[in-house]
Design a protein around this ligand. Structure first.
Ligand code: NAD
Ligand code: LMR
Length: 328
């Protein structure tokens, strides 16, 4: 192993998502052939369970796993990290919305934002999976004034993947033929999965579907409420699919999106598409060289406008709530 390892921090490493995510990262799902060093953060009471997970990681003998460090002090674990995946946070239970977690989880992201600000590597990228992901990312970035806000993103890739899967099932297309899917807004029930700019084997997806009723009454609510459906069925929130999406998002951020396609990422708004500046909202983005750019020039009709506005209004409410809680 001659190449410098990519130092990847994962918080909540002993949790459900962690149990899937760590093994994917260690086997190259983000860094490919480059070695990775894992920095795993947990709260003290979960460190013993995390030691067991580390034993299992050791037992896999992953050729590109260059080292593992665990601990409960964010300043030690985040020291010099190039990528921080902030997963550790309480999940919601049945009947809750993700926004109900703001009070319980928000404080985690003030402390972690501050620690990243002090000790992360100069090239750090920070992906937030813990819910409510968009507003937790906002809290973290506001508490890390020396890290450019563009280095933070929140996970809407799971919603993006869910939308592709639903569209593939409806049309019989291969997942790999579906391009330019977009999730707008919040990772919540108000999110707007948009197929009007998506393509199936080069044809406009909405035209291929040709059924506005399906889009409104089935597709949008199914994607937007998929997290709750999984909680109902499993008695616990999505974990393996969330880990997979967390890897997809980080891999594409670091290595770039393929030509002719884009991905959905929640990033700090520059006011594009009328999304209030400063909110962390999901957009269609392309990435290259570790940077993202919002895809510009898409036509937004009244149907899409109303849905984007509703979701970003919710994000503005969440921002106001965390401002009142003194978290930003
Ligand atoms: P989990 O309860 O199984 O694990 C969470 C872990 O975080 C626990 O081990 C806990 O000890 C740890 N933790 C709590 N506070 C911490 C802190 N301050 N520092 C470090 N670790 C801490 O939950 P999970 O199923 O792994 O889900 C984690 C989060 O991800 C939840 O908030 C869940 O809602 C969210 N989630 C988001 C998406 C998404 O698409 N954005 C998808 C699935 C789940
Ligand atoms: C999901 O979308 O599966 C996660 O955000 C978990 C949840 O609370 O729905």
């Amino acid at each position: 192993m001659s190449e410098t390892p990519l130092k990847v921090a994962v918080t909540g490493a002993a949790g459900q998502i962690g149990y899937s995510l760590l093994f994917r990262i260690a086997s190259g799902a983000i860094a490919g052939d480059r070695p990775v060093e894992l920095r795993l953060l947990e709260i003290e009471p979960a460190l013993k369970a995390l030691e067991g997970v580390v034993m299992e990681l050791d037992d896999c003998a992953f050729p590109n796993l260059a080292g593992i460090e665990i601990g409960a002090d964010p300043e030690k674990i985040f020291d010099g990290v190039n990528l921080a995946l902030l997963v550790g946070a309480r999940p919601r239970g049945p009947g809750m919305e993700r926004g109900d977690l703001l009070e319980a989880n928000g404080a985690i992201f003030t402390a972690q934002g501050k620690a990243l600000n002090k000790v992360a590597a100069d090239d750090v990228r920070i992906g937030v999976t813990g819910n409510p992901a968009n507003t937790n990312a906002l809290i973290a970035l506001k508490n890390a004034p020396d890290i450019a806000p563009e280095r933070f993103s929140a996970l809407t890739r799971l919603d993006h993947n869910r939308a592709i899967s639903q569209l593939a099932t409806k049309t019989g297309a291969a997942v790999s033929d579906i391009k330019k899917m977009t999730i707008w807004g919040n990772h919540s029930a108000t999110q707007y999965p948009d197929i009007f700019h998506a393509e199936i084997a080069g044809k406009n997806a909405a035209e291929v579907v040709g059924d506005q009723g399906w889009v409104e009454d089935y597709f949008i609510p199914t994607v937007a409420k998929r997290g709750a459906a999984i909680i109902d069925a499993r008695g616990a929130s999505s974990a393996a699919s969330a880990a997979s999406a967390t890897c997809d998002a980080a891999r594409d951020w670091l290595h770039g999106t393929p030509a002719g396609d884009w991905v959905s990422m929640a990033v700090v708004s520059d006011g594009s598409y009328g999304v209030p500046e400063g909110l962390v909202s999901s957009f269609p983005v392309t990435t290259a060289g570790g940077d993202w750019e919002i895809v510009q020039g898409l036509e937004i009709d009244d149907f899409s406008r109303a849905r984007i506005d509703a979701s970003t209004a919710e994000l503005a409410e969440e921002r106001d709530a965390v401002t009142e809680l003194g978290l930003i």
